[in-house]
Ligand binder design. Structure first.
Ligand code: EPU
Length: 420
């Protein structure tokens, strides 16, 4: 088991340039889309993170093949050997559920382990299932596995009860090969969902957006190969922007789409940082030692992302005054709070709210990473905590951040990976 050892400094100012990788949450559905065609899918700008390895393993277990060259993966699934996504893989990564729609649509059958509990909340998948049933699938739950079957899916009008990212993605992929027209209402509008629709259209799907959260999918008989460049990771972007703001640094975050982080930029500016675009694909953040407290409520895109809540909380521990963070997406996404308190933060959780009292000096300690974004938050806190901070269980971090410590070192942080 590896850990990260950070030599923190309350006066640290991160400086320099960092390049953001491709979006984890865009590449996962894109890889799942390879199941929709017998032709080759070529995806570039893929991040080298553990979740990508996990979904590639799943594609291979199902009978597909892939080849990686640099940041490009080429995938082919001419036929399948198995239609089952094992509990082992689904437990390792809930996004494995993304194979359900494509397998069902192309092969008429899918067996996918029901994801169990999760560190950040209960995370049911009832909306994926209800949507697929509306497309004509017969679905039952047996021995912990979702058993789904359909001769050929057919179009339907589906309104999601609440916005779901992977739910929308599963339904877009399934409807792409269904007979007739599907209308998906109240779709998640995250850029990763839009990116998947772009890829599917390149493969021959007929998806258009009737309005910003309603998709019309005219089903086609088959889909073909495509080449696609994965969009930059907006959560990694936001994480480095917060790192710059937190350390009163001056950082240029490159290779990004500034419009996709609008709400994060607004909150950073409100907290006292200067954030400016540099050309079309970079943002410069200049932090201030006078961080202002503010309230944040997470909500679906284009609202403030739940995936940035933990990192922003760290910034608010250094703000003058009290901030209230309300988490509306997941019911248990405050596991980083107790660890931040070990570093000296003053945070109290009251139901779906975390009350952060700033400005507390942080001091290094050993802390445990509990989920992906919590891990990034603990690393950020360690940067400005006096003395040494050790973050253990960083396999969570490695699921979604590519070379995180190396990129931070490039900005002047003192951080090393070590075995335990
Ligand atoms: N929900 C239901 N029923 C469903 C599906 C979702 O009640 O059938 C609820 C969830 O419990 C949650 C809310 O709807 O309360 C939104 O969940 P959503 O389905 O949108 O989440 P997800 O698709 O499982 C994706 C990202 C997460 C990100 C969330 C929210 C991927 C692979 N994962 O998860 O990313 O937090 O959307 O934006 O795209 C991360 O990268 O760290 C991460 C957790």
């Amino acid at each position: 088991m590896e850990k990260l050892v950070i030599r923190g400094d309350r006066d640290l100012r991160l400086k320099g340039e960092v390049r953001v990788s491709g979006a984890k949450n865009a590449v996962l559905p894109a890889i799942a889309a390879s199941l929709l065609t017998s032709e080759q899918l070529r995806l570039s700008n893929i991040p080298h993170v553990k979740d990508v390895e996990t979904i590639l393993t799943l594609i291979a277990e199902l009978g597909g093949s892939y080849e990686i060259a640099g940041d490009t993966v080429s995938l082919r699934v001419p036929k399948i050997r198995s239609d089952e996504a094992s509990y082992e893989l689904v437990r390792a990564m809930r996004a494995s559920i993304l194979v359900l729609g494509p397998l069902l649509a192309r092969f008429g059958k899918a067996v996918v382990a029901l994801p169990g509990g999760c560190a950040i909340g209960s995370r049911p998948i009832d909306l994926h299932i209800a949507g697929l049933q509306k497309l004509g699938a017969t679905i039952s739950l047996e021995h912990g596995y979702i058993q789904a079957q359909a001769d050929r899916l057919h179009g339907a009008v589906i309104e999601f009860e609440r916005k779901t990212v992977t739910g929308t993605e599963n339904l877009l992929m399934a409807a792409a090969l269904a007979k007739g027209e599907t209308i998906l209402k109240n779709c998640a509008m995250e850029p990763e969902v839009a990116d998947l629709a772009v890829l599917l259209n390149k493969m021959g799907a007929k998806i258009d957006w009737v309005d910003e959260d309603t998709a019309r999918v005219r089903g086609v008989k088959e889909l073909g190969g495509a080449t696609h460049d994965i969009i930059p990771d907006r959560i990694e972007t936001g994480t480095f922007l917060v790192a710059g703001a937190l350390t009163a640094g001056d950082c240029l975050v490159r290779g990004i789409v500034p419009e996709n982080v609008g709400n994060i930029i607004d909150k950073l500016r409100a907290s006292g940082a200067t954030v400016e675009t540099e050309g079309e694909t970079a943002l410069r953040v200049v932090g201030s030692r006078d961080v202002r407290a503010q309230d944040i409520t997470t909500s679906p895109y284009p609202g403030f992302p739940t995936d940035m809540q933990a990192q922003f909380m760290v910034l608010l521990t250094q703000a003058a005054g009290t901030s209230i963070i309300t988490e509306t997406i997941f019911d248990r996404r405050f596991s980083h709070v107790n660890e931040l308190v070990r570093l000296g933060a003053s945070i109290e959780v009251q139901g779906d709210k975390a009350v952060v009292k700033g400005k507390t000096p942080l001091s290094g300690a050993e802390v445990v990473a509990t989920d992906l974004r919590a891990s990034a938050a603990l690393v950020l806190a360690g940067l400005v905590a006096a003395g040494e901070t050790t973050v253990t269980e960083i396999e969570h971090l490695d699921r979604g951040y590519e070379r995180f410590e190396e990129k931070l070192r490039g900005l002047g942080a003192s951080i090393e990976r070590a075995g335990t």
